[in-house]
Write a protein that binds this ligand. Structure first.
Ligand SMILES: C[S@@+](CC[C@H](N)C(=O)[O-])C[C@H]1O[C@@H](n2cnc3c(N)ncnc32)[C@H](O)[C@@H]1O
Length: 331
């Protein structure tokens, strides 16, 4: 039901009739645009994977709005500061249009709707499928522009932005991983799913033998933060899918704290994909250093894709592995 809500509200003639270019912000999934393809949609996404999916079906998509819009749709993400920022962007981008805001209860739509309803008159609303859609005139909500957020320094002094992984502080799993990476690591290193750059930053501090450090990240916003956090010509930044990223030369080592869910539910398949990708980009004899939540079953994938692997450390929450690429046939 989550996916059909806008279409249902529109078919029931509840939504205002929109024409002209419509900006689409936030957690964009194709299914959520079902029934809306006759609108002139201009999608904004920081995610490489999402952008690829949208452009494959012919939708107009960019990291930022490339043109003026008349109205906007915001699919709110779970991170509240990011949701507020996206709503502010939408209001700013179409001062005379309609703003449609949609989300699941689990993503905090009720609380956002409540905050908006307090000060904005004439809000339309439609609830269905554990979620809600509200709509309002941008001109009635100009004060929401104050919700605009900027990248800023977190507790540990790194630049981060709302919505990026572990924005408030260093992730404890990544902290544990870096403690177990040897300081004599050298050559070409890949940081798969580099986020705002914590692992790469520490590696460059600790390992003087590094010749090139490749940061591969899906989120353009996180990668932009990493560029601010790592001022070093050995660092190279790639807005790309770690699962298919390739380099002209194979790397000596991979470090990673792979993602393990795309939504709320745990999906070890994503981490397994990262393990396969690591094996693919490593030189024969190259090493993977990875951290994972203790309960995630990554050992069969390590066994299948590497000649050997060892547990370097374990706590009640995390485990750190080193796996060595065999000298056999390259994948
Ligand atoms: C658990 S976080 C680790 C971030 C960073 N390495 C750290 O230690 O703070 C995983 C990161 O992988 C990114 N990511 C998820 N899927 C990806 C993909 N297919 N390709 C590249 N990056 C991806 C996420 O955006 C997130 O920044």
């Amino acid at each position: 039901m989550k996916h059909a809500r806008l279409d249902l509200a529109r078919s029931a003639e509840l939504l205002p009739a929109l024409s002209g270019p419509i900006g689409v912000f936030g957690q964009i999934e194709l299914e959520r645009l079902h029934g809306l393809m006759d609108w002139d949609l201009r999608c904004v996404s920081s995610s490489f994977a999402v952008s690829k999916v949208l452009s494959v079906v012919g939708l107009n998509v960019g990291q930022v709005l490339g043109a003026e819009i008349e109205h906007a749709v915001v699919f709110i993400p779970r991170a509240k500061a990011e949701a507020r920022d996206l709503i502010a962007q939408a209001v700013q981008a179409c001062p005379n249009g309609w703003i449609i805001i949609d989300g699941q209860k689990t993503d905090g739509i009720e609380s956002i709707a409540k905050q908006i309803t307090r000060d904005v008159p004439n809000i339309g609303s439609y609830s269905k499928g554990h979620g809600k859609t509200i709509w309002l005139r941008s001109a009635d909500a100009t004060h929401l522009i104050e919700w605009r957020a900027q990248a800023s320094e977190n507790k540990s002094g790194f630049v981060t932005a709302p919505g990026v992984f572990s924005a408030d502080d260093v992730d404890p799993a990544s902290e544990m991983l870096i403690e177990h990476v040897p300081s004599n690591l050298s050559g070409q290193i890949a940081d798969l799913g580099a986020g705002w750059g914590f692992l790469s930053h520490r590696l460059l501090e600790r390992c003087s033998g590094i010749a090139g450090l490749h940061l591969i990240e899906d989120s353009a916003v996180a990668l932009e933060c990493a560029r601010s956090n790592i001022i070093d010509e050995k660092a190279l930044f790639y807005w790309a899918d770690a699962l298919s990223w390739t380099s002209s030369k194979r790397v000596d080592a991979v470090v990673m704290n792979p993602p393990f869910h795309t939504t709320r539910s745990v999906e070890p398949a994503l981490g397994i994909g990262f393990i396969q990708a690591a094996a693919r980009v490593l030189k024969p004899g190259g090493r993977l250093f990875m951290v994972a939540n203790s309960h995630l079953p990554y050992e069969p994938a390590l066994k299948q894709n590497f000649e050997k692997y060892e547990l370097l450390a374990r706590s009640s929450r995390f485990k750190v592995y080193c796996a060595t690429r065999g000298s056999g046939k390259l994948i």
